[in-house]
Design a protein around this ligand. Structure first.
Ligand code: BES
Ligand code: ZN
Ligand code: ZN
Length: 486
């Protein structure tokens, strides 16, 4: 069930109320009875973080998030506290709550509402009794003045975008083929005001996207290449910013076949595409004044009879010849064509997102995004900052010249794999050969699909990248981009 966040300036005495606070200085602000006050004081003394008060016609919940060591962690703790509350709301089948922060701190309320809304995500499409399983929570009100309206609009846009990104990742590949992914991207992004164009196989052949076509050879389904553009009448940038998302709808590894366990989560190999689709939607929906183009190369990777084989040499979109030594290193091949295609737009910056390497997962686990690239520090710093703002944190890896040696081929310009060392970096080094503009690569392999639920990010598809990039663009459009400490 999609959930909407709204503003409310007056609390009704029958509204289920959620008081969020970091201290106990709120006792006189709400008309608690003496009994209730004593109960609350005792609970706080006992270090309880979630206090429930039954007033019969309504519940009052007092949520006290853990103290964070800095303002970023504090906001994250508000989101996590909301996740704890969510479990209680669920058992009580509550449909609507009103959040009240004693200090009327917009950011605290928004982070809490965000955590609650994201906790409410469910993927029920394939259950016969989906209706019964559906969460009852539908509305979150925040007690804030009307002036917070535009922040709430943005929050709703982001929540909807994350939900859709998660849905796309959670969709199995027997539904979500490359053609279907393109269709979904079109429907969703057009509804927010984007222009969307889908290239089918013929057009991809005419464009000589040799990487995408090679990966697609083992498949019975055709590839697609989708362009999504958000071009507002007024924009901060003269040259567009381009987002490229890996849209591998299922990665078997191809002839270099993965193990059964290695294939377990591979419907999520389009997590980069999902992040781009979600971001394009949210930016357009919030009407941010920034010109962005999203590019999504898409196919599955299978060991069909005509599949591309190890030692094949393929000609890429930019003319570079690549020796394929492992057909499971397919993501870099389809991304490379898209990165080369991006050049014609004369971009200010290109950011690609991809579930690219197991090595990135090994490096950060599910808590980070591996970043690298050639863009200026200004962009990396801004992304780093956004990472902390939304808790989709990036860690920068080097792209030193020495790593280029790893992808030297005996018979072609480069090969598609290095040796066992520095796997995330050699993938980045490969992509770098196709970029002739400021560029950032985000390897989201560790965090796009979660094996277990820890908090509001949920299990399975996480939608990672959407909140990160939305925050990045939001800061970009308000000119908060020139200092590391904005
Ligand atoms: N899609 C995988 C990377 C991946 C692994 C994503 C685990 C999410 C979780 C990618 O196409 C791949 O198979 N990469 C290989 C590259 C290797 C053959 C050089 C890898 O990382 O093992
Ligand atoms: Zn692969
Ligand atoms: Zn892959």
């Amino acid at each position: 069930m999609r959930l909407v966040v709204k503003i409310k300036d007056k609390i009704n005495s029958s509204d289920h109320l959620v008081i969020i606070t970091t201290g106990n200085n709120f006792l006189n602000e709400y008309s608690f009875s003496v009994l209730e006050k004593n109960f609350i004081k005792d609970s706080i003394k006992n270090k309880e973080k979630l206090i429930s008060i039954n007033q019969y016609k309504r519940w009052i919940f007092i949520c006290i998030p853990d103290k964070g060591k800095d303002k970023y962690q504090q906001q994250e703790n508000f989101r996590k506290a909301a996740y704890k509350l969510y479990a209680v709301l669920k058992t009580k089948k509550i449909t609507s709550v009103t959040i009240s922060d004693i200090k009327k701190n917009i950011q605290n309320s928004i982070s809490f509402a965000e955590g609650l809304a994201l906790s409410n995500y469910q993927f029920l499409k394939y259950f016969k009794n989906a209706k019964e399983k559906e969460s009852k929570l539908q509305e979150i009100f925040i007690q804030l003045p009307k002036s917070a309206d535009s922040s709430i609009e943005k929050l709703n846009a982001v929540i909807e975008a994350v939900y859709t990104a998660r849905n796309l990742v959670n969709e199995p590949s027997n539904f979500l083929t490359a053609t279907q992914l393109a269709k979904e991207a079109k429907e969703f992004c057009v509804s927010a005001g984007c222009r969307v164009e889908i290239f089918e196989k013929k057009r991809i052949e005419a464009l000589k996207m040799g990487g995408l076509l090679a990966v697609n050879k083992g498949s019975v389904d055709p590839p697609t290449f989708t362009t999504i553009e958000w071009k507002p009448a007024k924009s901060k940038n003269k040259k567009p910013i381009i987002l490229v998302g890996k849209g591998l709808v299922f990665d078997t590894g191809g002839l270099s076949l993965k193990s059964t366990a290695g294939m377990d989560a591979m419907k999520s190999d389009m997590g980069g595409a999902a992040a781009v689709i979600g971001t394009m939607y949210a930016v357009a929906k919030a009407k941010l004044p920034v010109h962005i183009i999203g590019l999504i190369p898409s196919t599955d990777n299978r060991p069909g009879v005509n599949a591309y084989a190890p030692q094949d040499v393929i000609k890429m979109h930019n003319g570079l010849m690549v020796e394929v030594l492992n057909t499971d290193a397919e993501g870099r091949l389809i991304l490379a064509d898209a990165l080369s295609y991006a050049k014609q737009f004369n971009p200010e910056l290109v950011i690609d997102l991809a579930t690219l390497t197991g090595a990135a997962t090994v490096a950060t686990g599910q808590h980070g995004i591996v970043a690298m690239g050639t863009a200026s520090d200004k962009f990396f710093d801004a992304l780093d900052k956004s990472g902390y703002n939304v808790y989709e944190r990036i860690v920068r890896f080097p792209l030193w010249d020495e790593y280029k040696e790893y992808i030297k081929s005996d018979i072609a310009d480069i090969k598609n794999v290095g040796n066992r060392e520095a796997g995330a970096i050699t993938a980045g080094k490969f992509l770098e050969c196709f970029t002739k503009y400021p560029w950032i690569h985000l390897d989201i392999a560790g965090s796009a699909y979660l094996d277990y639920q820890t908090h509001y990010r949920g299990k399975a598809g996480s939608g990672i990248g959407v909140r990160l990039l939305f925050d990045f663009f939001r800061n970009y459009t308000v000119g908060k981009f020139n200092s590391k400490y904005f």
